[in-house]
Ligand binder design. Sequence first.
Ligand code: GLP
Length: 248
Amino acid sequence: MLSMQLKIYKDYQSLSEAAANEIVSLIKHKPAAVLCLASGDTPRLTCKLFATKAKQENLDLSQITFIGLDEWVNIPPDNEGSCHYFFQHEIFEPLQFSPGQVHLFDALSTDLNNECRKMDGLIFDKGGIDLMIVGIGMNGHIGFNEPGVSFDNYSHVAELDNTTTSVGQKYFKAAMTLQQGITLGLKHLQEAKKVLLIANAAKKAEVIQKTVEGDVTPSFPASIMQQHNNGYVMADEEAAGLLTAKNK
Ligand code: GLP
């Protein structure tokens, strides 16, 4: 029996509304929450809706700790394809987060291992991640936890596989050499108090089917979601299109 739960939404809008509402209700319940978000196309609307709702409801965000899931190694923060740029424009600027409350990997660091240990230490010191919202790559990755990764890894530097380097071009204005990523590990995901994996559109139907119904295996990293007892796979109808009826 799966411990993870599956939630299917009519479309991208309603999926994103639900994910944004999760962030809002967490912050209302726990103003000093530790929040970890992925960047990418999927969470973009979630972030926009969260920013709108937070302003409308005048939420106090001053105690939030914000953690970025991952970053492309060697891509500067002012490059529009970087995760830094995404969060800066979707969350930090609109909601006036202070620099002290945001923690993103410095992917230009000459000591990336130290970046990883700093991130792990921060998460530990804060008492763990309250809510993690992740996407899924076309090879089943979460963050830059690529196929074959250990489920026991905390933050680490990953060699990117061919799917990631080619699909990743979509974030950049010009062709980009992408070789490595720095990322939270799947141990962080397993230890997070709540995890939402969000996916929309028909192109994600195959990876969602494997995530929910495939074997739990490091060769398909997102399958780890099946073992999270407060984990939710949230898909729109198109992304859920290949699931068998029993799961719908
Ligand atoms: C990227 C990132 C992930 C992201 C995933 C899906 O490569 N490393 O953190 O969740 O791929 O991205 P998208 O939402 O654009 O499909």
